[in-house]
Design a protein around this ligand. Structure first.
Ligand SMILES: Nc1nc2c(ncn2[C@@H]2O[C@H](COP(=O)(O)OP(=O)(O)OP(=O)(O)O)[C@@H](O)[C@H]2O)c(=O)[nH]1
Length: 211
């Protein structure tokens, strides 16, 4: 292997972002169906698992390699909220309800109350079952506005791209917040040295306030 090739691989590895996503929602909303769609592009109607599952999956998001670690949670009933351990572990949460189940919509509201400041994306699944709809698109949009997060109605049973897009959007949000936190840490570290701070922000001399 040439040294160029080795350098190429090293560069790719060092630029690989890793993000941990918890998929949250009440039983039966399609958390596993969505996760498996994203991981394999396939839809399998029935899943027989009683415990939460963790997966790793590398994909390109906007041309950049990202390693997703996905926790497909498995609450036993509508009263069981995600554990602190899960919430502390995750970089971002995909909140899932079913458009055919009003209770599942109320469940994501309750989950949100238990969350601290963490990147979110909200999806209303089972979009193919409009004849059984209990939650309107507008209600989903309003809730997402309240949560200040991405929203879409999807159908794990029928869609591939739209499902992937929800995971990608959450990833973009996590990476954007990570970049902002890094920048504000840098700003705080350099805070005492006003000259350095000004240049770090990329301002030219003429753009700086006159003292
Ligand atoms: N029509 C339709 N059915 C779906 C869709 N997504 C999931 N389902 C069905 O809904 C049922 C529950 O799906 P799961 O993916 O097991 O739901 P879950 O949220 O992981 O459920 P728990 O593991 O019990 O928490 C299954 O019968 C799926 O086939 C969808 O987009 N449309």
């Amino acid at each position: 292997m040439s040294s160029n090739t080795i350098r190429g691989i090293r560069r790719k590895k060092s630029s690989l972002s890793e993000i941990k996503v918890a998929v949250l929602g009440s039983p039966g909303v399609g958390k596993t169906a969505l996760t498996v769609r994203f991981l394999t592009k396939r839809y399998i109607g029935e899943y027989d698992h009683q415990a939460e599952m963790r997966y790793k999956h590398e994909v390109l998001v906007d041309g950049e390699p990202v390693l997703f670690e996905i926790l497909d949670t498995c609450p036993k009933n509508e009263d069981e909220l995600p554990q602190n351990e899960t919430l502390n572990w995750a970089d971002g949460c995909l909140l899932v309800y079913s458009i055919t189940d009003r209770k599942s919509f109320n469940y994501v509201r309750r989950v949100k109350q238990a969350l601290c400041d963490i990147p979110l994306a909200l999806v209303g699944n089972k979009g193919d079952m409009v004849h059984l709809r209990q939650v309107s698109t507008e209600e989903g949009e309003i809730l997402a506005k309240d949560f200040e997060c991405y929203f879409s109605e999807v159908a794990a049973a029928e869609q591939v791209t739209q499902v992937a897009e929800a995971f990608h959007e959450l990833c973009r949000e996590v990476l954007s917040i990570r970049r902002k936190n890094k920048q504000s840490l840098l700003d705080r570290m350099l805070g005492g040295k006003s000259n350095v701070k000004a240049y770090a922000r990329g301002k030219s001399d003429s753009a700086l306030p006159k003292e």
